[in-house]
Each structure stands twice: as C-alpha cells, then as structure tokens.
Write a new protein. Structure first.
Length: 427
C-alpha cells in the first residue's frame, strides 16, 4: 500500500497484484476492487492478474499453485479458498518461503443461517465450521504468517440483519454471489486496502531492499559487485540516461543464472474441453529444464477419459516418450514428470459430459526466471520503473551478483533491488 500511495505522476511505482483461489475469487467483485485501486491510486503502475480456478479446493489448488502463484511473485496476494485447513496453511507457508508478497486473506461469506426449527444437522455443522474457520482459525493463521485478515463473515451477517435479508438474496445459487453479493464482498474488502503511514514499521517491511548505484553499490574495476541475501534480484533501468547504452553479462555466485536449475518455471497447462480447468493440474520434472514449449497429445482415449495414452514432445527436446494416465510418467529426458492424479480429463468429462477426442493437445511452456545478459530496456515512459529480473527462485540465502559490461560504454542501471522472503524452509 505504501508503493501505491506514494506513486506520483513522475514516479510511478510498479505493483504486482494477484487474486488467487477458486470460483468465488473469479466473480466480478475482484474487478470492482481493482477499479477502486486505480481510482484511488491513479499514478501507480498496476500489473493485476486473476489466476483463480473454479472448483479447486485447497487440497487441489496447492498443486497448480506451483505454476500460477510462486513464479508470478506478487507484491500483493488477495486470497480465498475453501477446503482443508492443512493445505490452506501449506499454500500460505509456501508464499512466505518463496516470495516477499504481502497477503490479504478474506474469510467465508454466509450462504445459510440456522433457524432453530427443523434445521438439517449437516448444514448446521457446516455453518458452525465456517464460523470457527473464519473468526478463529483464519485470524490465528494470519497472525502466524504476518498476513492481513479481512473477516467478512461477521459484517456480512450484520448486513443481512440490518437490511432484513435472507442469505439467498445475495446469491445466484447455493454459494455463488449475485450482483448484490459481489457488491457487498467488494465493499467489505476495499477498506483493508489502505495506506496507514503511522503504522509501526515491522520486519516484514524490510524484505525488499533497493541499492542505488553510485551510492549504495558502485562500479569498481570495470564491474558492479553486490553481496546480497535473498531469492530474487532485479536491475532497475536508469531512465535519465540518454547516451549509448550497452548490455552486460550477469553472474550469480560465479555462474550464469541459466546454470541454476531452480530458475526455470513451468506454466499452467492448457485447459480441458467444456470447463476452464487445466488438463493437467501439475507438471513437474526430474532433470534440469531448458527454455522450450511442450505438448502432450492424446493418442488413444475412451469415452469418459478413464483410460488414455499420450505422446510428449518438446520444441527443443523433440519426442520425449509415451505414457498412460494410470501410471507415473517420466519422459526420456526427465524434463517432464506427470503423476496419474494430476490428469484432469476425467474430472472435466464428469462435469461437462464433453468427451476429449483423440488428437487433443495439451500445451505448456518452460520459461526463464533469469537473464544471462542484461539488455537495457527501451524507456518509453520516464515516469515508470523498468525492472529486469536477473534471477528469481534462488535459494533464500547469501549470494554474490556480478555485472560485467560486454563492451566499452555505460550500462544504465539506476538501482539493484533484492527480495528476501521472511521464512527459510526447513532443510
């Protein structure tokens, strides 16, 4: 919120915001929240995405989060999900270990209220579980991991009471919000997205450090060297430079960033037929990756997708093996690994009744979270920041950055920004 509030027409701070969760997070209220932020902070340079997946409770969402959440590395995460609390906490713990994101959690809205007369016992138990989850467990989780908690359940019930409404009047079905419900959820979330300059400084706010080139870190002996601690490091372009800019070689701990296997990310695989679910909810690897495009093609399949065969081909690797959905698949190169439980074609058929045809293709990409060479960006707007991520997803520990010009001239870097997540994972 500090970055948003301190943005000016001549100094527009870039802020990455991610909405993540399931179908409730996909609903229209999130766009209302974004429009409110743009109206209140018109000078901020917002990059906003919603990568929520409908129907994916925490026990499922934890798997595609490997593709969606941690590589995006948001400055602000707005999160809500149903499902088991153990997996919910694991997702938040991962965000804390792998990013410096600030986190806003919001609790569950009310879909039903007991009347005390002939109430269904299971519905009563569910209502009480959501009450405890929202007003006790979530605040405790937020306190443990340094998150903000928007407890919307209590004010939601107060709103219903004050306006003499039944829960269903704010719903389009038994759980999803109608226009009125979307309005209310947005109205309850917005007040938490505020800047309070008088708030006490916390250790959480020291997770991102910016080193100004020329003062905090200097070019010496023809190169720029910085010892840092963290898992991500960016170079911020010098927007005032108007001479001949040159590129520079990047080294981390004496190696090219491309030599670190952990600096490659796998994108979310493409969707199934009939519903916007990933056809494979998690793709992993057992050997180091290279930057390339991948495709899995269904070569045989029965009507309900309970049995099928597939081929896997990489744009650089080439044909990399064939498999069946009922067995663990590891490609010949080891660059693709798919667990049977992560195929989602049968789930899609059960939901949509649309059969997956033979020849159906599922695609994903391996993208670099690094550059081996810093190439100064074109400055189209001098009020904006132009960051280049040199390396992301390093071990959250001490490293040495070296930037060496490739020819004679000036490498126009204004600052180096280091990101250090607050929780170091257990060995």
């Amino acid at each position: 919120m500090g970055l948003l509030a301190t943005s000016t027409p001549t100094e527009r701070h870039q802020v990455r915001i991610l909405f993540y969760g399931q179908s409730i997070t996909q609903q229209d209220w999130w766009q209302d929240v974004v429009q409110d932020l743009k109206k209140r902070f018109p000078d901020a340079d917002l990059i906003v995405e919603n990568r929520a997946i409908g129907g994916f409770a925490s026990s499922i969402l934890i798997r595609p989060s490997e593709h969606d959440l941690y590589p995006f590395y948001p400055d602000l995460l707005i999160f809500h999900v149903y499902g088991g609390e153990e997996d919910y906490e694991a997702i938040i713990a991962n965000v804390r270990r792998r990013t410096t994101s600030e986190i806003l959690l919001h609790s569950d809205h009310i879909t039903w209220i007991p009347t005390g007369k002939n109430d269904n016992e299971n519905e009563v138990k569910g209502y009480e579980w959501h009450n405890t989850h929202s007003t006790k467990w979530l605040p405790e989780l937020a306190n443990k991991y340094g998150c903000e908690i928007a407890e919307i359940r209590t004010p939601w019930r107060r709103y219903l009471t004050d306006n003499r409404l039944q829960p269903k009047q704010l719903l389009s079905d038994s759980i999803h919000l109608n226009t009125w419900g979307n309005f209310l959820l947005a109205a309850l979330i917005k007040p938490y997205l505020r800047y309070n300059p008088s708030s006490p400084q916390t250790a959480q706010q020291n997770l991102v450090k910016t080193y100004t080139v020329g003062t905090d870190v200097k070019w010496q002996n023809g190169k720029l060297v910085l010892e840092f601690e963290g898992n991500r490091i960016d170079a911020i372009a010098d927007r005032s430079f108007n001479g001949k800019a040159i590129s520079a070689k990047i080294a981390i701990d004496g190696k090219k960033p491309s030599e670190f296997p952990e600096l490659y990310s796998i994108t979310r695989p493409s969707i199934t037929l009939g519903v916007g679910w990933p056809a494979i909810i998690q793709v992993s690897n057992q050997k180091p990756l290279i930057v390339e495009d991948w495709k899995a093609t269904i070569t045989e399949i029965n009507s309900d997708a309970t049995k099928f065969k597939f081929d896997v081909v990489g744009s650089q690797t080439g044909y990399d093996g064939s498999g069946t959905n009922d067995k663990m698949f590891v490609s010949k190169s080891g660059r693709v690994a798919i667990e049977p439980r992560n195929w989602w074609l049968q789930n899609a058929y059960e939901y949509s009744k649309k059969p997956t045809p033979k020849g159906f293709e599922i695609s994903w990409q391996v993208k670099p979270m690094f550059v081996d060479s810093y190439i100064p960006p074109q400055i189209a707007d001098s009020s904006r920041e132009y960051p280049t991520t040199l390396a992301q997803n390093l071990s959250n520990s001490k490293h040495i950055l070296e930037i060496v010009p490739e020819t004679d001239g000036t490498v126009p870097i204004q600052a180096i920004r280091v990101y250090r997540p607050p929780y170091i994972p257990a060995p």
